[in-house]
Design a protein around this ligand. Structure first.
Ligand SMILES: Nc1ncnc2c1ncn2[C@@H]1O[C@H](COP(=O)(O)OP(=O)(O)OP(=O)(O)O)[C@@H](O)[C@H]1O
Length: 250
């Protein structure tokens, strides 16, 4: 479980996060949603230590992340899998080398153990036999799957996904979403997904926090979201005329 409490963060005079709190539970796909510039990525970066918030608390299963020393943070980092926007694979490395990268960094496993783990992860994301391909030889959806395989290589307790659907067609997006949800349930990971993809919200949003102008404006599940009357949330989620009409039929 990851808890954030009263997170404040500014860039100069720009107050980006104004007291965000939330509890992200294991086995659930937890979504952070909101319009462009609402502070989603900034919150995610505060949670994984890429930004230092001005105040507030982030805890990983009760462990106070922001007040840890360097070594303690490394231990938490080993428990975190990260799927970056755009996949962020190393172009000069093969698929297998990309997946083995965190194992090389954080473990002293033998080459055959690392290869075995890479094969296991590749199988999990349905890419058996693609070990020796380079990222340039993969489609966007395959790159994301390799990104997921790398993110789960260390068997993480916590999985962060930053806009996992960016650049994918709607069908491939759903496949990636389903994979994230399956892995979350299978390994009981605490999964946090930053997204503004409507299909993700409705498809995998077990717990959702909606950020608006730096505040948590709403929280709930995908089932609750269709019933809400909050204008700001409706304008965001059901932005198109088609979605508005669909909502009325729910
Ligand atoms: N490193 C930075 N330095 C200065 N300002 C920043 C920095 N990172 C983000 N901001 C500002 O913080 C605000 C929120 O940005 P953030 O990237 O968190 O939004 P977002 O909700 O993730 O947006 P998007 O959906 O477009 O990615 C914006 O006004 C942005 O300009």
């Amino acid at each position: 479980m990851i808890e954030v409490q009263d997170i404040h963060m500014s860039f100069g005079d720009n107050k980006v996060l104004k007291g965000i709190s939330g509890t992200f539970k294991p086995g659930l796909t937890n979504l952070i949603i909101g319009g462009s510039g609402s502070g989603k990525t900034t919150l995610l970066k505060c949670m994984i230590g890429l930004h230092k918030p001005d105040s507030g608390r982030v805890s990983y299963d009760g462990r106070d992340f922001l007040n840890m020393n360097f070594e303690e943070r490394i231990e938490i980092r080993k428990e975190i899998g990260m799927l970056f926007q755009g996949s962020a694979l190393f172009d000069s490395m093969t698929v297998e080398e990309n997946i083995m990268f965190p194992l090389n960094m954080f473990t002293d496993q033998s080459n055959s153990e690392k290869r075995e783990r890479a094969n296991f992860c590749l199988e999990r994301v349905d890419l058996v036999g693609k070990n020796k391909l380079y990222p340039a030889e993969l489609s966007g959806g395959m790159k994301k799957r390799v990104g997921i395989a790398r993110a789960i290589a260390m068997n993480p307790k916590y999985l962060f996904c930053d806009e996992p659907n960016s650049g994918l067609d709607p069908r491939t997006s759903i496949v990636i979403d389903e994979l994230i949800k399956e892995i979350t349930e299978e390994y009981n990971t605490t999964t946090i997904v930053v997204t503004h993809d409507m299909n993700s919200v409705m498809g995998i949003g077990d717990y959702i926090i909606f950020l608006y102008e730096g505040k948590k404006f709403w929280e709930g599940s995908n089932k609750d979201i269709s019933k809400t009357d909050i204008k700001e949330l409706n304008d965001f989620v059901f932005a198109s005329r088609f979605m508005k009409a669909a909502k009325d039929k729910f």
